[in-house]
Design a protein around this ligand. Structure first.
Ligand SMILES: Nc1ncnc2c1ncn2[C@@H]1O[C@H](COP(=O)(O)OP(=O)(O)OP(=O)(O)O)[C@@H](O)[C@H]1O
Ligand SMILES: [Mg+2]
Length: 224
């Protein structure tokens, strides 16, 4: 079953003759529970594509469908609510709230949404990610790898249809990178969580179930 699909998606910046075709006719389907890596050189359109998939940016043309919902069919506020419920984001710089504990950071999106936290699920995730003894700490008392694990836990706890990660290991050393990628792989399988991750590192991409390569805003290859 597909949890995400796009049809002839484009995102153009500016006007001819200086127009940049950041995304130029992307049609793809992402299977529920799969772990997909998007690879490509700098400027190839990876972040633009991820922002379009997550409804953080509006396409020039074409469509994005997440969990059966066409994003273009939602108004601005509806889209914000949809994003909060259905999509988890993991960024390179973790984006944790410095004055909240690890626990409060992890449950924040669920509480903002007025939902109850599934404590059992949270405990399972914290154990899987090795955070069970760090829940009362502040983020600045953690290493970069640990902070990124908190961001992963925060994304998972909300049980989103889709997790989108933009270079989640971009600030980590190679050892910690392996660890964090391994945890993404584990959580994807264990919780049947769909993850789409950008990386410019081919070795990292090997850990995913599938790799989609983009160049100049177009898909130029796909490996299962
Ligand atoms: N807001 C914008 N206005 C104009 N051009 C933009 C804008 N955002 C991105 N672009 C252009 O679109 C293209 C794709 O950018 P994008 O950020 O998606 O690349 P990327 O693959 O994520 O690169 P990197 O690996 O460096 O993060 C680039 O040519 C970039 O200059
Ligand atoms: Mg980018």
């Amino acid at each position: 079953m597909n949890i995400l699909s796009t049809n002839n998606l484009t995102k153009y910046y500016g006007a001819e003759p200086l127009q940049v075709k950041a995304i130029d006719g992307v049609t793809l389907e992402i299977e529920k529970g799969s772990f997909t890596a998007i690879v490509g050189t700098s400027g190839s359109g990876k972040s633009t594509l991820l922002h379009l998939l997550g409804g953080l940016d509006i396409p020039t043309s074409g469509s994005v469908c997440v969990d059966g919902q066409e994003l273009s069919g939602l108004g601005k506020n509806e889209l914000a609510v949809f994003r909060r419920r259905k999509i988890g984001f993991i960024f390179q710089n973790y984006n944790l709230m410095p004055n909240l504990t690890v626990y409060d950071n992890i449950v924040l999106p669920v509480e903002l949404d007025g939902r109850n936290v599934d404590k059992e699920y949270l405990n399972s995730i914290a154990t899987t990610l090795g955070l069970e003894d760090k829940l009362n700490r502040k983020p600045n008392k953690l290493s970069g790898g640990q902070q990124q694990r908190v961001a992963i836990a925060r994304a998972l706890v909300a049980k989103p249809a889709l997790i989108l990660a933009d270079e989640p290991t971009g600030n980590l050393d190679s050892h910690t990178t392996q660890e964090v990628i391994g945890l993404l792989q584990t959580t994807s399988k264990k919780y049947h969580q769909t993850i789409v991750m950008i990386t410019h590192n081919d070795e990292i991409a090997q850990s995913a179930d599938r790799t989609i390569r983009i160049e100049d805003g177009r898909i130029v290859g796909s490996r299962w």
